[in-house]
Design a protein around this ligand. Structure first.
Ligand code: MGD
Ligand code: MGD
Ligand code: SF4
Ligand code: MO
Length: 812
């Protein structure tokens, strides 16, 4: 109905302005129709080659967010010193001056006591202005503790592409030229990334390519696919290896990318080892080693046992996928990755792109195009002795310890362990946190076992939350700082990829701020820097003054000037013709701001073949890159790689540690007490964790297959429901080893027997009047995270949300 309203409202008196949506990680270029001071409609920005002018459904809900009557309109301070779920914080309005004076005093007290490491900054969703607040401010104050949300998001997914092809980021998929699209635990018509682009071309994709979806649940994409493979949760690697087995035994691999036997005859015979010297490898490394160590024994019959899928379907999908080489995409989402052993799952699924030569190739999986934004000035010269000393302390998330290798981009201890920071705080290990700032995050809701975060925040003497809405995180805060909404009220920029392009898209203020809002990543740090300067610590302000306007050379003197100059500074090479480096060309800042988006040059296929950022510069089926990283970590702890892996809950020993291999899922809860495996998924209407106070969320909830308007349902297979005597509409209690929620039962055939699926997003008790049953008291629906134990894929640091939890269901 929303789309049918048309692009131009009937009384056409307004104007369209460019902006950017951050409802999810797609980061789409948008346009906002503004009448008077008010935004009334949102549509895709036609100038973006990444979004191709398209939009998704949840973009429209940004309007309900920005004008939400439950937004925080002025700074507030807590008056109830006791913190707890059942303690009303007693927030009262204060001025920005008082709010920032308080925060500045708390920071100065840490500096005076030489304990700046006890300051902590937590980040949820962000723009690329982030470094101002997240990096520069934390460093110049003198703390190692800038903790991002990345590990509760999708790091394990990046692990797979990094330890095969040396790329630590999300891929783009050349679907318009593909002949087969095999999707693992991602639902691109509803979630994952670049939903507007993929949904707008999907009809054509379906005509040209076969689409297969591996998911325990009939997702929106699976519902339209040629094949749905309702896999046993956590067995993705078994299926991926069986597909590899078929591709190799039937001779379907890419000769161009992988190479061939010297005499051209295929020696990949099930169960038999192959002499490495008989194979001439081209742009990959270790295909024969991988076969010998793992793939030779991974037959479709073996995989059928593990995955619960028919042998015939496994064979068919494997052969069709292989025959489509190299235009065959293996699309790896959170499903197979965000699991206890998901690092290897994500490697196994991604390795298929190497076998068929889809990697960096037409109709395959692509990396990011080049873009030319600039980093902000370096902080080093502004870090005094206190800051340098403070920054040397171990981080509060304990990354790098024996059981937390967190191997981002090949470096042990370099990935964030978002969710473990709660335990670090609670146990004062390595030390206590005294002052914390969180922005655009809600870890007391979005992290698994969120009760740990409730206790952790209650323990910190001073917490400030920069947020648009009161939330479960705000509830435990001492200070609330009302923020601008990203799509309508602030300056910023983000980058994203799809359709063979990368875009850089701008945020800008296009409406009048109804409340006394300030921008988290720019205005707030500037104003705080002024306060610190008044207290005799002017390093941060002097640093920020370096962000000069590239057009006039002027240094910023106010928060407004600072946010604009910083944006112009970062993007200068995109809009300044004198600095032109590539992609779209503009005549200057004004034209760029009006257009709102810069597009890169088209994708240069096969440029990375032989030049990948791995140890061998090839696509690694035997990951020398992972071997180096693991050995480094083991050496640091004076132990062996085998010891590291068993301490981290992996099964692999010896050479298996370095290859994509199968491991059975690691799941909490015994099958007798907890008969169902819990399947968590996103809603087509989730704007990450931020939709729950929008009425449209509930009105249109049946956009998600199996879901019901104004309800929070657990989807149970009718065969299972019959066994436990449950029918649709029953109020049920779901219990896992770590928590309990209440919701409504829905019998639905689109869910694999033995599993129960529930959409993430409801269960808020402090996110506004619509989101809660009763604000501050009872939730509406149930938060999945109350069920999911705080477990990790320790190699990537990721928090687990898939295949890790068993539950029982009772009618109440
Ligand atoms: P959100 O939950 O989206 O972010 O989790 P978080 O990073 O914690 O909460 C953002 C908070 O920022 C809101 O609660 C509100 O307080 C505030 N806010 C809202 N809009 C704005 C704004 O425009 N500006 C500012 N400054 N503040 C704002 C996200 C994380 O959740 C992610 S990325 C993923 S992928 C995970 N998804 C997920 C899941 O699928 N299932 C389960 N069970 N848990 C999940 N948690 C993860
Ligand atoms: P997940 O949310 O982890 O990741 O998006 P995705 O990569 O899609 O979802 C995974 C899917 O895995 C679900 O469909 C679930 O049914 C399935 N699944 C569960 N267990 C298994 C299993 O064992 N095997 C397999 N194969 N599948 C399984 C992540 C991305 O989405 C991120 S990080 C963000 S921040 C954005 N958030 C977001 C949003 O909030 N709403 C919408 N609509 N889109 C979003 N896009 C982005
Ligand atoms: Fe793009 Fe996500 Fe916003 Fe939809 S919600 S417009 S996919 S950023
Ligand atoms: Mo995410």
């Amino acid at each position: 109905a929303l789309a049918e309203a048309g692009d131009t409202p009937p009384e056409e008196k307004g104007t369209w302005h460019a902006g950017t949506c951050q409802g999810c990680t797609s980061w789409c270029a948008k346009q906002v129709y503004v009448v008077g001071d008010r935004a009334v409609k949102v549509r895709g920005n036609p100038h973006s080659k990444v979004c191709v002018g398209a939009s998704c459904v949840r973009a429209h809900m940004a309007l309900q967010q920005v004008y939400d009557p439950d937004r925080i309109k002025t700074p507030m301070k807590r008056t109830n010193p006791k913190k707890g779920r059942h303690e009303d914080p007693g927030f009262v309005p204060i001025s920005w001056d008082e709010a920032l004076d308080t925060l500045a005093d708390k920071i100065m007290a840490l500096r005076d006591a030489d304990e700046t490491h006890k300051y902590m900054l937590m980040r949820g969703r962000y723009t690329y202005m982030r470094d101002i607040l997240y990096d520069r401010m934390t460093k110049i104050i003198g703390s190692p503790n800038n903790i991002s949300h990345s590990a509760i998001c999708a790091e394990a997914e990046k692990f797979g592409s990094y330890y095969t092809e040396g790329y630590w980021s999300y891929r783009q998929y050349d679907v318009k030229k593909a002949r087969y699209v095999l999707i693992w635990g991602a639902d691109p018509l509803a979630a994952n990334r670049q939903v507007p682009f993929y949904t707008s071309v999907w009809g054509d994709v379906m005509e040209r390519a076969r689409v297969a979806v591996v998911e325990p649940r009939l997702s929106a994409t699976a519902g339209k696919a040629d094949e749905w493979l309702p896999i046993v949760p956590g067995q993705d690697s078994a299926l991926a290896l069986a597909i590899a087995h078929v591709i190799l035994t039937r001779g379907l691999w890419s000769r161009e990318f992988v190479g061939d036997f010297k005499d051209g005859s295929n020696r990949f015979v099930p169960g038999q080892t192959v002499d490495e010297s008989t194979f001439d490898e081209a742009f990959t490394h270790g295909v024969v080693a991988w076969w010998n160590l793992e793939v030779k024994d991974r037959s479709p019959a073996w995989a059928a046992e593990k995955t619960g899928l028919p042998v015939a379907q496994i064979l068919r999908v494997a052969e069709d996928f292989g025959k489509a080489a190299p235009r065959a995409i293996s699309w790896v989402g959170g499903g197979p990755s965000m699991q206890v052993r998901g690092g290897y799952g994500s490697m196994a699924c991604h390795a298929l792109n190497g076998l068929v030569g889809a990697c960096d190739n037409e109709g395959g999986t692509l990396v990011s195009n080049k873009e030319y934004t600039r980093k902000f000035p370096k902080p080093d010269a502004f870090m005094d002795d206190i800051a340098k000393k403070g920054k040397k302390h171990e981080k509060i998330d304990q990354r790098g310890r024996l059981t937390f290798p967190a191997l981002k981009s090949g470096k042990p201890g370099s990935a964030v362990l978002t969710n473990n920071a709660a335990d670090g705080i609670l146990n004062e290990d390595p030390y206590e946190i005294k002052v914390a700032v969180g922005y655009m995050n809600n870890f007391t809701f979005s992290c698994t076992q969120p009760d740990r975060w409730e206790r952790a925040l209650a323990k910190i003497p001073f917490v400030a939350h920069l947020t648009t809405h009161a939330s479960e995180f705000s509830w435990f805060s001492d200070l609330l700082l009302p923020n601008t909404h990203h799509l309508f009220e602030k300056y910023g920029y983000v980058k994203s990829i799809a359709n063979g392009y990368r875009h850089v898209t701008l945020m800008q203020p296009v409406i009048k701020r109804i409340g006394d809002y300030k921008t988290d990543e720019t205005e707030v740090p500037w104003l705080l820097a002024e306060k610190l300067s008044q207290r005799g610590f002017d390093n941060l302000l002097r640093h920020y003054k370096e962000y000069r306007d590239p057009e006039t050379g002027k240094e910023p003197t106010t928060a407004d000037e600072f946010s604009l100059y910083a944006l112009k500074y970062a993007t200068q090479s995109l809009w300044d013709p004198a600095q032109y480096k590539g992609g779209d060309k503009f005549n200057g800042w004004k034209e760029f701001l009006e257009t709102g988006v810069w597009n890169s040059d088209p994708y240069p296929y096969r440029k990375r073949w032989g030049k990948m950022k791995t140890a061998t510069e090839k696509f690694e089926f035997y990951s020398v890159t992972l071997k180096n990283a693991l050995e480094k970590h083991a050496k640091k702890h004076k132990t062996t790689v085998d010891e590291v892996l068993s301490a981290c809950n992996y099964e692999a020993q010896g050479e298996h540690a370095f290859i994509p291999h199968h491991e059975d899922p690691f799941t909490i809860g015994d099958a007798d007490t907890y008969p169902f495996v819990f399947v968590d998924h996103k809603s087509r209407l989730n704007r990450e964790g931020r939709s729950a106070n929008c009425t449209w969320y509930y009105d249109f909830k049946d956009l998600d297959p199996g879901d019901e308007p104004w309800q929070d349902v657990a989807k149970i297979n009718p065969a299972d429901a019959k066994k436990i005597g449950i029918k649709s509409g029953d109020t049920i209690r779901i219990t896992s080893p770590t928590g309990t929620i209440e919701c409504t039962a829905k019998l639905w055939e689109g869910i694999r027997p033995g599993t129960v699926a529930k959409c993430f997003g409801q269960g808020h008790w402090a996110y506004g009047r619509v989101a809660a049953g009763e604000f501050g008291k009872t939730p509406r629906g149930g938060n999945n995270n109350d069920l999911i134990p705080a477990e990790y894929d320790r190699l990537s640091g990721s928090t687990v949300r898939h295949a890790g939890t068993r539950v029982k269901i009772e009618r109440i």
